[in-house]
Design a protein around this ligand. Structure first.
Ligand SMILES: Nc1nc2c(ncn2[C@@H]2O[C@H](COP(=O)(O)OP(=O)(O)OP(=O)(O)O)[C@@H](O)[C@H]2O)c(=O)[nH]1
Ligand SMILES: [Mg+2]
Length: 304
């Protein structure tokens, strides 16, 4: 659960890794202001009290599971651009959260502006948790994506607890695709990565064995020396490094016997991804140059 006192004490908010605009801008703000920029009124009261409605119980739900600042929001925004340029529509699920939740209404209304902005979201553009639906060119729903603050998945501890709305998604009848965001060399040290790996394993123990799993090796652009001469990331190298740095996260998905012969060693998909490159400006914002469509294509093929 979010530890609001710690959050405010640290002056960090959502982006615990200190590399976002909101983290910098909020440092000197009052406790009240920091909380209100990051969380909705209902969440401040208690995120566990927010009940969610999933009106479409058929369309698969893709959950972006990632630690704070792992790049979930930027991935969603990048995918929105890609999908809309390739004949899809992306629409926020307006009734996912209570109608009285004005912050959610605002978030839904501002989503497209954020997706097409020159800058990475910062300041008050905060996305709290939301559900968006992806439709194909003739309006058939393809999937729903849940995007949420990393604090709700990993707050520095490996505990088994997740907020109410994540439990609601987990137990919903829809098929699920769990996208575990992992970044090579992330965190302050190996100890922090171990804790995050344990948290991923906790969730894997809770989800249905029928759910699909994708590992997203995010921000690969930060490791250009691990690219092939054709300009694409060398996935086996990323795979090996992630496996070493996040112990046990692949273990549950090992094929054995005939399945191993037919489908290979593991029964999950993995993707190297980058939303783009980010250049910090003097006024503390980040100019976002989206990466090539290749990354989005790979990601989309893995989740669909
Ligand atoms: N180099 C690089 N940096 C990235 C990439 N994606 C995100 N970032 C950086 O990471 C920061 C955080 O990204 P977000 O998308 O806000 O992360 P998040 O997972 O939504 O964070 P929370 O909402 O706090 O859980 C951005 O401000 C960028 O500086 C990427 O693909 N490559
Ligand atoms: Mg986010």
């Amino acid at each position: 659960m979010p530890d609001f006192d710690k959050l405010v004490k640290d002056g960090q908010g959502q982006n615990a890794n200190n590399n976002s605009n909101s983290a910098q801008n909020n440092t000197n703000n009052s406790k009240e202001q920091v909380l209100h920029e990051i969380y909705t009124d209902d969440e401040i009261r208690d995120v566990n009290n927010i009940t969610v409605t999933i009106p479409d119980a058929q369309t698969p739900i893709v959950v972006f599971f990632g630690s704070p600042a792992s790049g979930k929001t930027l991935s969603l925004l990048r995918m929105i651009r890609y999908l809309e340029q390739n004949g899809h529509q992306v629409v926020p699920e307006a009734i996912f959260r209570p109608q009285t939740d004005k912050h959610y209404t605002k978030m839904c209304a501002g989503l497209k502006d954020m997706a097409y902005s020159t800058y990475a979201p910062g300041g008050t553009d905060i996305i709290s948790f939301m559900l968006v639906k992806v439709l194909d060119s003739i309006g058939n729903p393809r999937c729903q994506i849940l995007e949420a603050p990393g604090e709700h998945y990993f707050d520095g501890r490996a505990s088994l607890e997740f907020p109410t709305y994540i439990n609601a998604i987990r137990t919903a009848p829809n098929k699920k695709v769990w996208v575990f965001f992992v970044e090579q060399d992330w965190g302050s040290d190996q100890n922090e990565r171990n804790l995050y790996a344990q948290k991923i394993c906790s969730m894997q123990g809770l989800i249905s064995p029928n759910d699909r799993v994708v590992f997203l090796f995010n921000k690969v652009d930060k490791h250009r020396h691990q690219y092939k001469s054709n300009g694409e990331p060398n996935k086996p190298i990323f795979f090996r490094n992630i496996q070493q740095q996040y112990p046990g996260i692949f273990d549950r998905y090992r094929n054995t016997g005939i399945a191993k012969i037919m489908y290979g060693e593991y029964n999950f998909k993995s993707v190297c991804f980058s939303s783009g490159v980010f250049n910090r400006t003097n006024d503390g914002r980040e100019v976002w140059t989206p990466e090539k469509d290749w990354y989005c294509r790979e990601f989309w093929n893995a989740i669909i």
